[in-house]
Design a protein around this ligand. Sequence first.
Ligand code: NDP
Ligand code: A1CAB
Length: 267
Amino acid sequence: MQDKIGFIGLGAMGGALLEGLLAGGVEPERIVASDTLETKLREAAEKHGLKAMPDVRSVAEAARVIFVAVKPQDMKTLLKEIAPVMKDGQVVVSVAAGVSIHDIEKRFDREVGVIRVMPNTPCLVGEGAMAASGGKYVSDDDLHMVVSWLETLGIVRTVPEKLMDAVTGVSGSGPAYVYLMIEALADGGVLNGLPRAMALELAAQTVLGAARMVMETGEHPAVLREMVTSPGGTTAQALFTLEDNGFPAAVQKAVSAAAQKSKELGK
Ligand SMILES: NC(=O)C1=CN([C@@H]2O[C@H](COP(=O)(O)OP(=O)(O)OC[C@H]3O[C@@H](n4cnc5c(N)ncnc54)[C@H](OP(=O)(O)O)[C@@H]3O)[C@@H](O)[C@H]2O)C=CC1
Ligand SMILES: O=C(O)[C@@H]1CCC=N1
């Protein structure tokens, strides 16, 4: 029989990872899950046919690999709760921003493997951007297994743990900045007379198309930007306005602010 896979925390990110793994072919019979919110747990159990567990210890007892997707501030309490039943060879996959592998390992007096992952919500549609780092007790086989599951939800880069705060600033929190950009783009369209639904559709497709151009042509964004920018034309005027209003600096400052907050969450 295949190992069970546990989920603790079925909020925005835990739910997205769960749905992504199921869509990627993991059988629901392998999943055992727990969330403090009973309705959320019951809904997930009914929707996906997974096994709802009465508490987190039951998840830790039943599963060999346990995805933990609770808030960073709840990690200490959660790990304390499951520590007494954790065994050598189990694997905890943590997505908590800022919480280090060492901080998780030290809660157990067993050699529990820890994999720290920074995913993002587009995992829900198979377009996640993720980074992963493995701790000292995790075997290469287990790391490869978890990475291969995650690869069904998007791209996964294995990175040294010290880069995780920067990853959080770019791709973990990144979808939110892009949504803000899409909203602003659409609002700009409405300001200039477009019907709202059409403005939103054009804005979202523009972001999707531009991202695919970067991924599929392999060209630097500056080259692609020049392709759009006709001399003396509309784009040059818009780019000048964005630069003049500090758009590139604002985005870089946002990434640094998120990375800094990630460091603070880990303290
Ligand atoms: N949202 C995102 O895009 C991303 C989030 N992350 C990380 O994912 C983690 C979860 O974030 P997010 O999904 O946004 O947060 P949510 O608050 O949406 O989800 C966390 C869930 O875990 C539940 N929970 C808390 N403590 C326990 C416990 N002891 N046992 C079982 N369930 C528990 C919460 O219940 P309750 O509400 O009752 O506390 C909640 O339902 C965080 O650590 C975050 O850093 C990482 C990358 C991206
Ligand atoms: O906002 C947060 O703290 C989490 C971590 C990355 C994305 N969402």
